[in-house]
Design a protein around this ligand. Structure first.
Ligand code: ADP
Length: 231
């Protein structure tokens, strides 16, 4: 479970990127964090992953406090940052071994890498360098790196951005499968993305939560709210 309580964050005294945000996300399923650019989505994700500390408020992941138990939090989270930074000169297995080695004892790394390659259907592409992969496979590699230590929670910052329609569908079906076993929080600025993928949609705008709905109770109002924010 992810809990966020009254989180506020400003960068260098500028306007608040997050303003007193509170939310609870139960275990399992896919929650979409939707909002226009600059809404605060990445900031919230970075705080949950322990990359940034909030100015005020607190948050926990799987019962571990982000400020007091950051290592425990990271063990439980797989994070795919925006723009999927990869070491392009490393071969796929080298890169995943590096990512796995951060969390796992040496003797578990090889098995974890092979397992995750199978999980994300890497097939023949696993022999390439990261820099030689298509955009869709790079995204899979980023996901694999986030998954390799088998975390309970996945935090994915714009995992589908820049993909062509085929690659989009492949990543979506992979995420749907993963959402059956893990708690996924993903961000996007595309309404349709959350409608097809998510069980719950949280709309963030100018650092505050503008709407929060489960997709089985979606109504036109949510679309109207979102489109009015992106105009
Ligand atoms: P989103 O992910 O929804 O696009 P962000 O969390 O990246 O939103 O940004 C929220 C606000 O914080 C924006 O106004 C953005 O300009 C600002 N911001 C984000 N990162 C930084 C940073 N490193 N330094 C200064 N301002 C930042």
């Amino acid at each position: 479970m992810i809990t966020v309580e009254n989180i506020t964050k400003s960068y260098f005294g500028s306007k608040k990127a997050l303003d007193n945000v509170s939310v609870k996300i139960e275990n399992g399923g896919i929650t979409g964090l939707l909002g226009p650019n600059g809404a605060g989505k990445s900031t919230l994700m970075k705080i949950l992953c322990g990359y940034l500390l909030p100015d005020k408020g607190k948050a926990s992941v799987c019962g571990f406090d982000i400020a007091a138990q950051p290592i425990k939090v990271r063990e439980n989270i797989g994070y795919l940052p925006e723009h999927n930074p990869l070491y392009l000169d490393l071969y796929v297995r080298e890169y995943l071994s590096f990512a796995a080695g951060i969390y796992l004892p040496k003797h578990e790394v090889k098995t974890a890498v092979e397992n995750v390659l199978e999980m994300v259907n890497f097939a023949g592409e696993a022999k390439k360098k990261a820099g030689a992969l298509s955009k869709g496979y790079r995204q899979r590699l980023g996901l694999a790196a986030a998954l390799v230590h088998n975390p309970k929670v996945l935090i994915l910052d714009e995992p589908a951005s820049g993909l062509d329609p085929n690659q989009l569908e492949e990543i979506r079906s992979l995420l749907r499968e993963l959402g059956k076993q893990k708690t996924i929080l993903l961000s996007t600025h595309i309404m349709q993305e959350v409608e097809v993928l998510c069980d719950r949609i949280i709309i963030l705008n100018e650092g505050v939560i503008a709407a929060d709905k489960y997709t089985d109770e979606l109504d036109e109002k949510l679309e109207i709210i979102f489109h009015s924010l992106t105009k």
